[in-house]
Design a protein around this ligand. Structure first.
Ligand code: AMP
Length: 281
C-alpha cells in the first residue's frame, strides 16, 4: 500500500493505474477506522480495480475547535487496517494543501446543506462538500463510497456530484453495527460505560419505528415512537429527529405511503451520536 502525503504523489500513483487501464474507487475518511470504514473499502474493491482511501480530519466541517481537537487519531493503526483490507493507496494530505493559504472557494448545496442536521450544525455540510469536491479533484476516481449512517451527508454528496457533473458514481453503503446494534462510529470510544449502554436507545428507537412502519402508520406517530423511547433514557438528549422523504429529504406528513428516512442525533454528555433508518410502509 502506497502512503501519500502530498496531492502530487497521489496523482502520480493514480496516473499509473490509469495508464494500466484500471478503474479507481475513493473512500474518504477522517481516520480512527473501524469496520464501518472497512465496509466502504470492501464495497469499492468489489466494483473497481484500485481503491484509494483518504484520511483527513476536515477542520471545515467542525463547528467547535474543541470537537476538532478531541477527534481521535491513530494513523499507524489506520494504515495497518487499510493495508490488511487490501487498499492500494492512502492519501493523508496536509491541511495546508487541502486549504491553501487565502483560498476563497467553497462548495455548498444551498437547500440540502441547511435543513435538518444542517440546522443543528451550521456550516457542517458546506465543509463536507467543500472537502469532498477537493478530494474528487485530487484523486479523480470513477466511484466514491459513503456510509448510509450519515444519510444526509450521502444525499448532499450525491446532489453536489450531480450538480457539478463530476463523472463519479456515488455508492451508499449500509450501516455497520456493533453486535448490540450501536452504529459503529469513531466517536463511540469517547463514551463512558453508562453512556455506551444508554446509546442503545438510538438503534432501539429506529427498530421500533421500522416495526410501526411495516404495520402502517403516520409520520406524526413515527415521531412519537422515537421521541418516547429516547426521552425515557435519562442520559440521552435528543438533539435532532427528522423524518423526511428518502432521497430528496423533502418534508412529509400524514400517512406513510412511500419510503421515509428517519435521522436522529442524540447527545450523551457532549458526544453527539447519529443513526438513521429508511422505513417503508
Ligand atoms: P468518518 O471517518 O466518520 O468521516 O466516516 C467516513 C465514511 O465512513 C463516511 O462515508 C461515513 O458515512 C462512513 N461510515 C462511518 N461509520 C459507518 C458505519 N458504521 N457503517 C458504514 N459506514 C460508516
Amino acid at each position: 500500500m502506497k502512503i501519500c502525503r502530498t496531492i502530487a504523489e497521489c496523482r502520480s500513483i493514480v496516473a499509473g493505474y490509469r495508464f494500466a487501464g484500471e478503474t479507481v474507487g475513493l473512500v474518504p475518511t477522517m481516520g480512527f477506522l473501524h469496520d464501518g470504514h472497512l465496509a466502504l473499502v470492501a464495497c469499492s474493491e468489489t466494483r473497481v480495480d484500485r481503491t484509494v482511501a483518504t484520511i483527513f480530519v476536515n477542520p471545515a466541517q467542525f463547528g467547535e475547535a474543541a470537537d476538532l481537537e478531541a477527534y481521535p487519531r491513530d494513523e499507524e493503526r489506520d494504515f495497518e487496517m487499510l493495508r490488511a483490507a487490501g487498499v492500494d493507496c492512502v492519501l493523508v494530505p496536509d491541511v495546508s494543501e487541502v486549504y491553501p493559504a487565502e483560498d476563497e472557494t467553497i462548495v455548498e448545496t444551498t437547500r440540502m446543506a441547511n435543513i435538518l442536521h444542517g440546522q443543528v450544525r451550521p456550516g457542517h455540510f458546506r465543509g463536507v462538500t467543500t472537502v469532498v469536491a477537493r478530494l474528487f479533484n485530487f484523486v479523480q476516481p470513477d466511484i466514491a463510497c459513503f456510509g448510509e449512517k450519515d444519510y444526509q451527508q450521502l444525499q448532499v454528496v450525491k446532489k453536489m456530484t450531480r450538480d457539478l457533473a463530476f463523472p463519479i458514481e456515488i455508492i451508499g453503503v449500509p450501516t455497520v453495527r456493533e453486535d448490540d446494534g450501536l452504529a459503529m462510529s469513531s466517536r463511540n470510544v469517547r463514551l463512558g460505560t453508562k453512556d455506551r449502554q444508554a446509546a442503545l436507545v438510538l438503534s432501539r428507537s429506529l427498530n421500533a419505528a421500522d416495526q410501526a412502519a411495516a404495520k402502517g402508520t403516520t409520520i406524526e406517530a413515527l415521531h412519537d415512537v422515537i421521541k418516547n423511547i429516547i426521552t425515557a433514557e435519562p442520559r440521552a438528549t435528543l438533539r435532532g429527529l427528522d423524518i423526511v422523504a428518502a432521497g430528496d429529504l423533502t418534508e412529509i406528513s400524514g400517512a406513510l405511503t412511500s419510503p421515509a428516512a428517519i435521522m436522529i442525533s442524540v447527545e450523551f454528555g457532549g458526544i453527539l451520536l447519529l443513526d438513521q433508518r429508511v422505513v417503508t410502509p
